[in-house]
Design a protein around this ligand. Structure first.
Ligand code: BGC
Length: 347
């Protein structure tokens, strides 16, 4: 652990470095629980940082598209920024047109987490007060980052509340397996373990439909490049300016807490492979559509459209307004638990 920097209002932010026996190195900070760097080897054993981000705190404090951050209380969108629970209506901050995105005005990505080291892992804790950003209930959240002996990063989330609330937690890392700042991710070869996805409207709110991927650009059951569909004229792709959709992960026959393979990404130039395993029912595949060459990343290069992709393990967007989606309600006495593993290897 070392001091990473001070926030504009003078609070000290810590940086933790995790290293695995195989050499993988991950850095995270207590601001937003942000993963600032993920270094993994290519096929020749050369390490590179494959996570988009910045080299200083001021940039993370300013507006940015959630690089590496823990997003909550509700990751992804809630339509109209409102929902009702047990007959009570709640109004959230609308920071994405009419919608509430990634927790509202000041989400978990911009909060200071209480960080500590425990058994070689980093534990982050945040107490979200009742009414914060419009959400009911005092919510205690903890997130644990750990590495296994290999090159895998594991994220364990848990939460409890003192009043009924809704919750959806993810980590919003953007990856480029060639290395951060190395250009567009179109040649990355992706497969997704999903027979269905949730189509959305012009405001990127799910229509409520669970649609088959078969015969659409959303069919990643056989590996294909991201570039092959990113410029498709399919209405869903046009509306979202590329891939920015929730996939319904195939989990038939799996127990609730069991890690299932969600995605595999292969980058032919470096030989790097990343697998995503999760206990969550959904995965937002976002191809960096809105990166617009306005931000300079960690190693000093501009991030252009599709210079990184995100695979956000999660519950479905707008679940509080869709009874047919897996529930995101958490009640007093219950414990929310969720795990995701990003496993790196090479060809
Ligand atoms: C959303 C995108 C959004 C990005 C940054 C992703 O999770 O799906 O629509 O632009 O986050 O906010």
């Amino acid at each position: 652990m070392r001091e990473y920097g001070k926030t504009q209002d003078g609070q000290m932010i810590e940086e933790y470095t995790l290293r695995s026996a195989a050499g993988m190195e991950v850095k995270c900070i207590s601001f937003g629980g942000i993963l600032t760097s993920i270094r993994v080897p290519d096929r020749l054993g050369r390490f590179a940082n494959v996570a988009l981000g910045f080299d200083n705190l001021a940039k993370y404090e300013a507006e940015h598209p959630y690089f590496g951050a823990i997003t909550g209380r509700y990751a992804n969108r809630i339509g109209g920024g409102k929902f009702s629970l047990d007959g009570v209506d709640y109004q959230l901050f609308q920071n994405d047109g009419d919608n509430s995105l990634h927790g509202g005005r000041v989400g978990f990505d911009k909060r200071i987490w209480q960080a500590s080291e425990s058994g070689g892992a980093v534990e982050l804790k945040y107490g979200s007060p009742d009414g914060e950003e419009g959400y009911p209930g005092n919510l205690d959240v903890s997130v644990r980052y750990s590495l296994d002996a290999d090159n895998a990063l594991r994220i364990d989330y848990s939460a409890s509340t003192d009043a009924p609330t809704v919750l959806n937690l993810t980590n919003h890392s953007y990856f480029n397996l060639m290395g951060e700042g190395e250009g567009a991710i179109y040649d990355h070869v992706l497969s997704l373990n999903a027979d269905h996805y949730t189509p959305s409207d012009a405001g990127q709110i799910p229509t409520g439909e669970i649609a088959p991927v078969a015969g659409t650009p959303f069919d990643f059951r056989q590996a294909k490049t991201i570039g092959s569909g990113q410029r498709s004229a399919h209405r869903q792709i046009v509306m979202a300016k590329g891939y920015d959709h929730n996939f319904v992960l195939n989990r038939a026959g799996m127990a609730a807490g069991e890690l299932g393979l969600a995605a595999r990404v292969y980058e032919p130039r470096s030989g790097r492979i990343m697998e995503v395993w999760t206990t969550e029912p959904g995965l937002q595949f976002y191809a960096g559509n809105f990166l617009d060459a306005s931000l300079v990343g960690t190693s000093g290069r501009l991030y252009r459209q599709s210079d990184g992709f995100a695979l956000e393990t999660q519950h479905f967007p707008d679940s509080p307004n869709n009874r047919q989606f897996p529930s995101t309600v958490l009640r007093p006495g219950e414990r929310f638990e969720s795990s995701t593993v990003y496993r790196f290897s090479t060809d």
